[in-house]
Design a binder for this molecule. Structure first.
Ligand SMILES: NC(=O)c1ccc[n+]([C@@H]2O[C@H](COP(=O)([O-])OP(=O)(O)OC[C@H]3O[C@@H](n4cnc5c(N)ncnc54)[C@H](O)[C@@H]3O)[C@@H](O)[C@H]2O)c1
Ligand SMILES: O=C(O)C[C@H](O)C(=O)O
Length: 326
């Protein structure tokens, strides 16, 4: 048996937390042979509810669950931790864009970035889920100057999974036939799901659909899926978001399959002309606990304009939180 690793989940008493923790404890995220200690952080008024979640985790008798810490203190929550899933933040309601949450949520991530810097393992892998995820990841990263910026990522895996299913349905195939999907940019309504580099079986996805469906249906459906779920459920996506968080961390820790790739919001090194230092979603391959941006993909005029538009939005979000970026 391997030695246990520490996994911090913030917002652990919330709805994504409830769909996430049991799967982490069961081994779905880090593998069937990896024991975990869960370090659960939420705010003081949520401590009773969090204790209820802890009791339920205990009642599952998960063989891989080596310990549970519940706390409202970020310095305790991030102590020596190896993985952090930053979920704790307000969700949007009907009629809001995710960036409308910047004011309500941004301060959370500067506090937590500092706590990560001061307490966590220097090799920590951080996934930001709380919205607006890319810019919150940027705030967290910039407040943790002693940790490699590559260790801070934002979640666009939910968009990636949504896009895979939409193209599979359209072409009469299953998600198992879809590979090389890419979500470029921001987890927002400007994100760009790319069918030019995506494959369905051995065909290029764009060759199987017409441009009108691509522009008029596929792209808006993927971009607006979060809002459609809020409208239908009266609450933002939870189980699918938790599932995507598991997928993201599993790919990062255990590697991607063959020559396929996944979409991850990562620290831009200037690849594809994207401003260095933004947390931008790129196609990534993972191996040995590290990720790399897939290079050399064909970018036509249509794609380039969409990739620039979402970059522009991220630049504006960054500028709006300048006061939180040391
Ligand atoms: N990136 C994505 O694809 C994606 C998908 C779905 C949801 N989200 C976002 O995830 C976030 C959480 O969603 P949810 O549905 O679980 O919300 P929720 O309201 O059910 O839960 C949020 C939890 O965070 C806690 N919290 C608030 N401030 C905190 C702080 N400073 N430290 C620790 N915990 C804190 C709350 O007390 C609550 O328990 C939202 O911002 C939502 O928009 C992102
Ligand atoms: O859309 C939201 O606000 C929640 C989440 O980001 C989603 O994509 O479902």
């Amino acid at each position: 048996m391997k030695a246990p690793v520490r996994v911090t989940v913030t917002g652990a008493a919330g709805q994504i937390g409830y769909a996430l923790l049991f799967r982490i404890a069961s081994g779905a995220m880090l593998g069937d042979d990896q024991p975990v200690i869960l370090q659960l952080l939420d705010i003081t008024p949520a401590m009773d509810a969090l204790n209820g979640v802890k009791m339920e985790l205990e009642d599952c008798a998960f063989p891989l669950l080596s310990g549970i810490v519940c706390t409202d203190d970020p310095n305790v929550g991030f102590k020596d931790t190896d993985y952090a899933l930053l979920v704790g933040a307000r969700p949007r309601g009907p009629g809001m864009e995710r960036k409308d949450l910047l004011e309500a949520n941004a301060a959370i991530f500067s506090v937590q970035g500092k706590a990560i810097n001061d307490n966590a393992s220097k090799d920590i892998k951080v996934l930001v889920v709380g919205n607006p995820a890319n810019t919150n990841a940027l705030i967290t990263q910039r407040n943790a100057p002693d940790i490699d910026p590559r260790n801070f990522t934002a979640m666009t895996r939910l968009d990636h999974n949504r896009a895979k299913t939409q193209i599979a349905i359209k072409t009469g195939k299953t998600v198992n036939d879809v590979s090389k999907m890419t979500i470029w940019g921001n987890h927002s309504a400007t994100q760009y799901p790319d069918l030019f580099n995506c494959k369905v079986g051995s065909d290029t996805a764009i060759s199987l659909v017409d441009q009108e469906w691509y522009e008029g249906e596929f792209i808006p459906v993927v971009q607006q899926r979060g809002a459609a779920i809020i409208k239908a459920r009266g609450a933002s996506s939870a189980a699918s978001a938790a599932n995507a968080a598991i997928d993201h961390m599993r790919s990062w820790a255990l590697g991607t399959e063959g020559d396929d790739w996944v979409s991850m919001g990562v620290y831009s090194d200037g690849s594809y002309g994207i401003t260095e230092g933004l947390i931008y979603s790129f196609p990534c391959r993972c191996k040995g606990g590290d990720w790399e941006i897939v290079q050399g993909l064909e970018i036509g005029e249509f794609s380039e304009a969409k990739m620039k538009a979402t970059e522009q939005e991220l630049t504006e979000e960054r500028d709006a939180v300048q006061h939180l970026l040391p």
